[in-house]
Design a protein. Structure first.
Length: 355
């Protein structure tokens, strides 16, 4: 079974070919440089760039998988289905991916499969390691922080999600406030490696009694700490450290390390506790924030202490990519779920579809 996947949920334009669980190609075009000057993703710009880039990206994926003679005109010779991201994501961006996938499917008589973006992240690890279900998945990215009990492919139980800012989102907002650049996650991670994670005693928002997350308080605590340290100007908290202010390197590194440690501790401890409560021995971490150095370190340490195994995708499968969409699509195709409920939905939640 060979599936062409298309991913356009946010600011990565991606196409991939997956055959029987093996990645034949996975092409990702990042729009980061185009959005960097705005310190965040501009939805209209993202949609326009998907429209401009998708044909070439799809052809690159086909040629990478099948050789230089493969093209959009000959796609039927190589694949039997096209999978695309239905949601969640930016509405315009999602529509660009659906239009491309639907056009290819109708023009070449291919089956069409809609895939939940979060399901793709939850199962991305399976492209590299055969992680036996059930397992606990932490999906952690710029737009999502969710704890999902994966009973088997297609059977999911969301036990916790963020009530405000997602983990990756709060990294970006803190980096923007400190004028570190965009995207913020890698910048904070790099500076944190030089700092003292115990320098600022930020409270860990464990929220007893629920598996949900809330990171807006940590974000605000960072803003107040900078203001109270005299670097944000009198009475000034937002939108950022003034352009004429330069924060001392040690101050910034210690602050980033302390902030990052608070977020990582919360993610790790709640995930480990959830896995133990659900009596599963395996933890899978997916999404862009899964690339964070400290998150990986702490998860491995705590999982070993608790007798659990923890699994991270390679860096190329942490960020948004079409290989995970093609893989999840192939599972739905095998189960006879292709062609059902194909409308895009920017607020779509991960739901079970298997019997």
């Amino acid at each position: 079974m060979t599936v062409l996947g298309i991913e356009t949920s946010c600011d990565e334009t991606s196409a991939a070919v997956v055959r029987n669980g093996r990645v034949l190609s996975n092409v990702v075009y990042s729009q980061v440089k185009s959005h960097a000057e705005f310190a965040g993703v501009v939805p209209e710009l993202a949609s326009r760039m998907h429209m401009e880039r998708l044909p070439a990206i799809i052809e690159r994926a086909l040629r990478g998988a099948f050789g230089k003679n493969a093209s959009l005109k000959t796609v039927r010779r190589y694949v039997s289905a096209v999978a695309f991201t239905q949601g969640p994501g930016l509405m315009g961006a999602l529509l660009m991916g659906k239009i491309a996938a639907q056009t290819l499917a109708e023009a070449h008589g291919l089956r069409l499969i809609g895939v939940n973006h979060l399901e793709g992240h939850a199962l991305a690890m399976c492209l590299e390691q055969k992680v036996k279900a059930p397992f606990m998945t932490l999906i952690v990215s710029g737009g999502h922080t969710e704890l999902v009990h994966v009973r088997t492919a297609g059977r999911y139980n969301v036990i916790g999600r963020t009530r405000d800012d997602a983990a990756g989102e709060v990294f970006d907002k803190v980096a923007k406030f400190l004028r570190l650049g965009y995207p913020g996650g890698p910048m904070v991670d790099r500076l944190a490696a030089k700092g003292n994670p115990a320098a600022v005693p930020f409270t860990r928002p464990m929220m007893p009694g629920t598996w949900d997350f809330s990171f807006s308080g940590i974000k605000t605590a960072v803003l107040y700490y900078v203001r109270d340290s005299g670097y944000a100007g009198e009475g000034r908290v937002r939108p950022a450290v003034p352009a004429d202010k330069t924060l001392p390197e040690k101050f910034t590194s210690d602050l980033c390390a302390s902030f990052q440690e608070a977020v990582v501790d919360t993610l790790v401890e709640k995930t480990i506790a959830a896995a133990k409560r659900k009596k599963v021995r395996r933890v899978v971490v997916g999404g862009g924030v899964a690339a964070n150095r400290r998150l990986r370190e702490k998860f491995k340490t705590r999982a070993k202490e608790e007798g659990l195994s923890v699994h991270f995708p390679s860096m190329s499968l942490c960020t948004d990519n079409a290989a995970m969409i093609a893989y999840a699509g192939a599972l739905k195709l095998k189960a006879g779920r292709a062609g059902k409920k194909l409308a895009v939905d920017p607020s779509m939640r991960i739901r079970s579809w298997a019997a």
